[in-house]
Design a protein around this ligand. Structure first.
Ligand SMILES: NC(=O)c1ccc[n+]([C@@H]2O[C@H](COP(=O)([O-])OP(=O)(O)OC[C@H]3O[C@@H](n4cnc5c(N)ncnc54)[C@H](O)[C@@H]3O)[C@@H](O)[C@H]2O)c1
Length: 107
């Protein structure tokens, strides 16, 4: 790995990031990103997911339980279909006030 490459995903987050919007955060990749952000940062995660057949929130719920009650508010699940432009715009507007990063894991 070159010296310029970040060694942690958190180095990619702008300094002072408090809110991160993750799409497909109930899926395999998005869920891993959400859990990593919950354990490795203090950011609140806005998880936009329609909760389809491949979705599983068990890992996130387990992580939240491990972190304790104070962490519960750091995971905001917004159940919605991203193909619905109007609903997506409203959810992004609600979630992205002060949001400095958006990560996507939807299929
Ligand atoms: N898993 C891998 O190894 C891998 C490797 C390379 C690329 N990818 C790509 O990364 C993306 C995510 O992969 P994954 O394995 O996490 O998939 P996944 O199926 O486990 O998770 C996808 C999540 O996105 C949600 N989603 C899908 N369409 C949606 C929509 N219209 N609105 C709201 N939510 C929606 C689903 O409900 C699900 O929770 C995919 O595009 C996949 O092709 C995955």
């Amino acid at each position: 790995m070159s010296p310029e490459m970040p060694t942690s995903a958190f180095e990619l987050l702008p300094e002072g990031t408090h809110r991160v919007l993750v799409t497909g955060g109930a899926g395999f990749i998005g869920g891993a990103v959400a859990r990593r952000l919950l354990t490795g940062s203090s950011a609140t995660i806005f998880n936009l997911d329609k909760l389809g057949y491949a979705s599983d929130l068990t890992g996130i719920e387990f992580t939240l339980a491990e972190l304790g009650a104070a962490a519960l508010a750091r995971h905001q699940l917004l159940r919605m279909d991203l193909t619905d432009a109007e609903a997506t715009a409203a959810a992004v507007a609600a979630a992205s006030s002060g949001c400095a990063a958006a990560l996507t894991g939807r299929s």
